[in-house]
Design a protein around this ligand. Structure first.
Ligand code: AKG
Ligand code: FE2
Length: 462
């Protein structure tokens, strides 16, 4: 049961920030307007604002000035009957924790089937249909498809420097004691601060973004006084954590996995002084994932070729992914990210204390069961010295299919690459090449980096 909520006094009207990602949503609408996913636009998406996944649902580019009215934007789920919602709620939170992964998934599928029947064309219906489609194909991951490792085993695996395409699942790797949703929200002292949420009730329409902005007060109220009949769970994917230490899993807290931290020092300033961090860099090494019960995230790969970890702190999170795709499957995914169903889809259900770590380029989706309660997880990106070739290959792949319209992706990706070039050129001089995967790996990285620069130049010129 949720602890008593201190924020119930707040009851402010809904506030809409200017919409985000207009043209991307338009593309998305084109793709999804055909119920059977028949009409496909072969355009992968890229989220330019760094740190966020390449799925259009995450886009937060402010491209529009008008503020739509609430009733223009939000739909309800009133065509789902009371009888239907009973099925959605038929497993209490306490009983949900020990159920098997298969049982969890079959209950999620039941809920998604209902949600997919909603008559209104909204974000939630699109998410439900897409994730149901994948869960119908997905199997529970076998031990070789998701490596369930102890702390020492995970550390040893990372230390080998060998690329492993499978996710790694570990336990108790977060040194900070697990946090609850209530604890976390309670530490947000400024109720007037704004956060962006993905709202399933938003209608799919040309001029309406699928992400909107609310205040912390609204967020607290929403989580504190949930409406049992509401079927539009909010998902906060861009939330800053107010915890600095103890989030990064222990097995990723060594030199090999600390590359991204070193790239934050801007290339333009040669000083290693702590005064020289440039303003405007987005925090990508840690964030919070706060989601209402039942919230979904459609398949995507995280941008910038980042590796990612997610540690569940409260609730149960279903994690699905495209398991070790072949090059052909990856190409097909890149061509049609919104409709691709090929390859082997696998899932794992994560419980409090468990971390999933997955390498750059992993196509993944997230599902939750309404009856299993709200969830809080901490996520973060890492870059690894030994994986610089795979990293730049993933960024090239991201670039290849996407429509490069945003400077930011180019700027931060290039700044990262420039800095790593300095590191590895120095390593070639000093002979300390092992940590970078050896001299051959460094040379390959430098060649691919050149290729990346050339593509950027071409895009800029045209
Ligand atoms: O928690 C979720 O729903 C999505 C997490 C995720 O994949 C991401 O933030 O990139
Ligand atoms: Fe992601």
């Amino acid at each position: 049961m949720s602890p008593p909520c201190p924020w119930s006094a707040h009851n402010e009207p809904l506030y809409f920030a200017p919409p985000y990602g207009i043209w991307d949503n338009e593309r998305l609408l084109n793709i999804w307007q055909d119920k059977e996913y028949g009409e496909i636009r072969p355009q992968p998406f890229s989220n330019p604002s760094s740190g966020t996944p390449t799925h259009p649902a995450f886009l937060s580019k402010n491209q529009h000035e008008s503020s739509p009215q609430e009733d223009e934007v939000l739909s309800d789920f009133s065509d789902i009957t009371d009888a239907d919602t009973i099925i959605l709620q038929d497993v209490p939170e306490a009983e949900a924790l020990p159920i098997s992964d298969e049982d969890f998934v079959s209950r999620v599928k039941g809920a998604l089937e209902l949600q997919g029947k909603c008559k209104t064309s909204n974000v939630g219906r699109r998410q439900a249909r897409r994730i149901l489609q994948l869960l119908q194909l997905a199997l529970p991951a076998s031990p070789s498809e998701a490596l369930q490792l102890s702390s020492d085993e995970a550390r040893a695996q990372v230390d080998t420097g060998r690329f492993v395409s499978t996710p790694i699942i570990t336990e108790n790797e977060q040194s900070l004691p697990l946090h609850t949703v209530a604890q976390f929200l309670d530490e947000y002292y400024d109720d007037t601060a704004t956060v962006s949420i993905q709202d399933p009730a938003i209608r799919l329409s040309r001029n309406i973004p699928s992400v909107r902005t609310v205040t912390v007060a609204q967020l607290k109220k929403r989580f504190c006084e949930p409406d049992p009949n509401a079927n539009a769970p909010w998902n906060c994917l861009e939330l800053a954590t107010h915890v600095d230490d103890g989030l990064r899993p222990a097995f990723l807290n060594h030199e090999e996995s600390r590359l991204l931290t070193k790239l934050k020092l801007p290339n333009t300033k040669d000083s290693a002084s702590r005064r020289h961090y440039e303003p405007g860099w987005k925090e990508v090494e840690k964030w919070a994932l706060l989601a209402q019960a039942g919230a979904l995230t459609e398949p995507h790969q995280d941008s910038h070729g980042y590796n990612t970890y997610i540690t569940v702190n409260q609730g149960i999170i279903g994690f699905g992914w495209l398991s070790s795709p072949t090059p052909e499957e990856r190409r097909a995914w890149c061509r049609n990210p919104m409709t691709f169903v090929g390859g082997k889809w696998r899932y794992k259900v994560l419980r409090p204390g468990q971390t999933v770590y997955f390498p750059s380029g992993t196509v993944h989706f997230v599902f939750r069961l309404k009856a299993a309660g709200d969830t809080l997880a901490f996520g973060g990106h890492v870059l690894r010295c030994s994986q610089i070739v795979h990293w730049v290959e993933t960024m090239l792949e991201e670039k290849a299919g996407s429509d490069i319209t945003n400077e930011e992706l180019t700027v931060s990706a290039l700044a990262y690459l420039e800095r790593v070039e300095r590191f590895v050129r120095q390593a070639l001089k000093t002979g300390q090449v092992e940590k970078w995967g050896g001299a051959a790996s460094i040379r390959r990285f430098l060649a691919l980096k050149q290729k990346f620069m050339k593509i950027c130049e071409v895009v800029h010129r045209s």
